[in-house]
Write a protein that binds this ligand. Structure first.
Ligand code: EPU
Length: 427
């Protein structure tokens, strides 16, 4: 078992380089299956979710090899069986993107229900509605979601809720359906646009990604491509709130400032100074943090994947802030961990009332999911004293070289291995 040990209280200064976007990578990697050819993907983040997807591809018979640190060649020509078993699928949410990708390539998919962060119920009814509209039959039995279709045809699909996953999965299947698919009330996140650009570079014909109506003309053949993944909006946002929380001054490089507007706006309201450049953004805080209210919404609203980091930041702002979670039913579980560090936050369902305290104090805490885990890292960096954060495998799912990047800007953080059973031996 590993944990982070953090001595807090240092204002962080310097430069951080942002990696490729996790949520684009986890859609693009399964999408390579559609090519039956060789794809070279650049700017691939080195995180455990990506390693798991590569292992799934290898188990399927694909050849995956690194050409450089963040450049990967994927050859999917030898994949024969469109099956992802429980042991592989349970590790991450994005394993269900093989449903759409296999349907597109083989007209058949058998994928065990996915894992991922636990924010309450995570239904996939909209994915299934989309596949069925395209002509697939979808059943769940013997622990698998099975989708099958002799031939798929374009359809008019209206999503009942804005869903990133359903938008991705329907795009993956519809690129090979005959005729035109119109997907309405689609998700507009930057990673949706990135996936559409990737698929178009493979020969697909997708228009309108980034708006709420996506039009997909099915094509017969898709080919290999060479494609760089966009920078990670949420990793960048996380370093922005970390800079703000520690009263630091950090230049965050390799970002698309347009993708960060909702976060930038809130940080300005909270009293930070922000300078935007073409592909970098500087966040500085010299004065106190002010209260501000935040509601998470699908893009271009304030991202739910920044909610724990923002709530944690507001826990040390002057005054009382209200944070409303507008996407997930149960994304405030980490607040109990923040209480151990002295935060004053009351949660009622999807609303948190955050009464700012002057400073948090170090404590022993546990990461409960990816963003909740990184929010605790942020809390610990701004707190007085030492914190120990356990269950850091959650954080390593989505942040490349978190320790190295934080140390470079002056953080006192290290990863410590606790031998299994150490507690019992010492007790
Ligand atoms: N929903 C349904 N039915 C569906 C699908 C979704 O009711 O068939 C509901 C969900 O219950 C939720 C809302 O729609 O209330 C949005 O869910 P969405 O499908 O957009 O989420 P997701 O695709 O499962 C992705 C990201 C999450 C991020 C959400 C929202 C990936 C792999 N995951 O999840 O990222 O929170 O979109 O932006 O792209 C993270 O990176 O930490 C993370 C959790």
């Amino acid at each position: 078992m590993e944990k982070y040990v953090i001595n807090g209280g240092n204002a962080l200064h310097g430069e951080v380089e942002i990696s490729g976007a996790k949520n684009a990578a986890v859609a693009i990697i399964p999408a390579t299956v559609l090519a039956q050819d060789i794809c070279v993907i650049e700017n691939v983040p080195n995180i455990s979710d990506v390693s798991i997807l590569f292992q799934i591809l290898r188990d399927l018979g694909a050849n995956v090899r690194y050409l450089a640190k963040n450049t990967v060649e994927i050859d999917t020509r030898n994949i024969r069986e469109p099956v992802v078993p429980y042991e592989s699928a349970r590790h991450l949410r994005a394993s269900y993107y093989f449903l759409g990708a296999f349907l597109g390539r083989f007209g058949e998919a058998h994928v065990s229900p996915p894992g991922g962060c636990n924010f309450g119920v995570r239904p996939i009814d909209q994915h299934i509605k989309g596949f069925e509209a395209l002509g697939a039959t979808v059943t769940t039995d013997y622990g698998f979601i099975n989708a099958q279709s002799d031939e798929m045809f374009g359809a008019h699909i209206y999503l009942d809720v804005v869903s990133v996953g359903a938008t991705v999965n329907i795009m993956l299947a519809a690129v090979r359906a005959k005729g035109l698919t119109i997907l309405e009330n689609a998700a507009k996140e930057p990673h949706i646009v990135d996936l559409a650009n990737f698929l178009n570079s493979m020969g697909a014909d997708i228009r309108g990604a980034g708006t709420d109506v996506i039009k997909i003309h099915g094509v017969d053949i898709m080919h290999g491509t060479n494609y760089p993944i966009i920078p990670d909006q949420i990793e960048a946002g996380t370093y922005m709130t970390i800079a703000a929380a520690t009263g630091g001054d950090v230049l965050i490089k390799n970002v698309i400032p347009k993708h960060l507007e909702a976060i930038t706006d809130k940080l300005i309201q909270a009293g930070c100074e922000i300078e935007e450049y073409d592909d970098s953004i500087r966040v500085r805080r010299t004065g106190v943090l002010n209260k501000t209210n935040v509601k998470t919404l699908p893009h271009p609203g304030f991202p739910t994947d920044m909610q724990p980091q923002m709530t944690t930041l507001l826990s040390i702002a002057q005054g009382t802030s209200i944070v409303t979670e507008g996407v997930w039913d149960n994304r405030f579980k980490y607040v109990d961990e923040l209480h151990r560090m002295g935060a004053k936050i009351q949660v009622d369902g999807k609303v948190a009332v955050v009464e700012g305290v002057e400073q948090l104090s170090g404590a022993q805490v546990k990461a409960l999911d990816l963003r909740a885990g990184v929010a605790l890292v942020q809390a610990a960096l701004s707190a007085k004293g030492t914190s120990e954060i356990e269950d850091i495998h959650w954080v390593e799912r989505g942040y490349e070289d978190l320790i190295g990047k934080l140390q470079k800007i002056g953080a006192d953080i290290k990863k410590v291995t606790i031998p299994d059973g150490a507690f019992a031996k010492n007790a």
